[in-house]
Write a protein that binds this ligand. Structure first.
Ligand SMILES: Nc1ncnc2c1ncn2[C@@H]1O[C@H](COP(=O)(O)OP(=O)(O)O)[C@@H](O)[C@H]1O
Ligand SMILES: [Mg+2]
Length: 331
């Protein structure tokens, strides 16, 4: 039998994620058994260890254990969190739901897929207007897969490190391959185009080219997700680097009603004219509709009203429409 010391060493190395030590102790146990003349047991142990070493997932599991907030220079660039969000928290149209579920399934069976020489979808481009759930999707994918979310602060990357952005980007990609997670490049058009940074077009071009190159070379087990509200300014060279592109749109009546019902659930709304409400809300984003519902709730709470009426919600929806119109005109 393995000695107490060996059992302790096995447990310790398992807990700290020190896989190579774990295997080396396990080999010692097998050798010990062989010496005692327990050839069959030693052979079985050896076979188990070999099989475990051959697992393509072994590297990932040991890497996901000791994660904390990035330190030093990377701290400004990567913001880590452990989202609890789930896809079921989102209201999605069938098309988007199917694609997101497929990504999760492929990720969950990544070892099987890789064993056949294929790779699961992991480089994703999310495209769509603001407030349609792109950022929420990044959280939900991390939540579903139980891996951390790293939001890559592109603004910091570009403005703070002008001249050394490509080097910083390389550091980010090194982390991508070292620590499995969901890496979210929000407002990706900031580097996907030359918009707004005309004062240093050369730099942005370089950053974009390095990004594309690094994305192409990246063979990691992380998910790399880029999101943009402006697909029209991204060129084809960019699109083809991604494994999947998912298009988000404004909600249809059915989804509008689902968002409202979800948000108002705590108030147990009964006699609301859902269809009329949905008509009024057409053209607003998921985020706008969720806000309008929250605004109606707050208003009722402040004024000690026990019910929320159609008129209350109409009012808040109109307010949101005015705000979003103004935002469109201003941009
Ligand atoms: N599809 C959706 N289902 C449910 N709520 C949503 C959805 N999309 C957006 N929301 C709500 O709007 C908020 C902002 O959405 P977000 O994911 O940041 O949009 P985007 O990144 O596309 O601009 C979310 O936190 C959520 O409350
Ligand atoms: Mg967003």
């Amino acid at each position: 039998m393995a000695s107490a010391e060996q059992v302790k060493a096995l447990l310790k190395s398992h807990i700290t994620g020190d896989e190579s030590h774990f295997f080396s102790v396990a080999m010692q146990v097998a050798a010990h058994e062989a010496k005692l003349g327990h050839g069959k047991l030693a052979g079985e142990l050896k076979a188990l260890i070999d099989a475990a070493k051959a697992r393509p997932t072994s590297k990932i599991t040991s890497k996901t254990v000791p994660i904390s907030q990035p330190r030093g220079e990377l701290a400004d660039l990567l913001q880590a969190s452990y989202p609890q969000a789930r896809l079921s928290d989102m209201i999605l149209d069938e098309h988007v739901a199917m694609r997101l579920n497929r990504i999760i399934k492929e990720q969950q069976s990544h070892a099987k897929i890789r064993a056949h020489g294929l790779s699961p979808r992991r480089k994703l481009l999310l495209v769509g207007p603001p407030g349609t759930g792109k950022t929420l999707t990044a959280s939900a994918l991390a939540g579903e897969l139980g891996i951390p979310l790293f939001v890559v602060r592109l603004d910091a990357l570009i403005t703070k490190y002008m001249g050394e952005t490509a080097a910083k980007l390389r550091q980010v990609f090194e982390t991508i391959s070292e620590v499995r997670g969901v890496y979210f490049f929000d407002e990706f058009d900031a580097i996907g185009s030359q918009r707004g940074l005309a004062n240093d077009v050369g730099e942005i071009r370089r950053v974009l080219n390095s990004f594309l190159q690094m994305l192409e070379q990246d063979q990691s087990h992380s998910l790399v997700i880029a999101a943009t509200n402006h697909p029209e300014i991204l060129d084809y060279a960019l699109f083809r680097r991604f494994d999947d592109m998912i298009q988000y749109g404004l909600p249809e009546p059915q989804q509008i009603i689902a968002v409202l019902k979800n948000r108002l659930a705590s108030f147990k709304p009964k006699r609301l004219s859902w269809i009329k409400l949905a008509e009024r809300a057409m053209g607003l984003s998921y985020a706008d509709i969720a806000r309008a519902a929250d605004d109606s709730l707050k208003d009722a709470i402040i004024h000690d009203r026990a019910v929320i009426t159609d008129a209350d919600i109409f009012r808040m929806l109109e307010e949101r429409k005015l705000i979003s119109k103004k935002l469109v005109i201003d941009t």
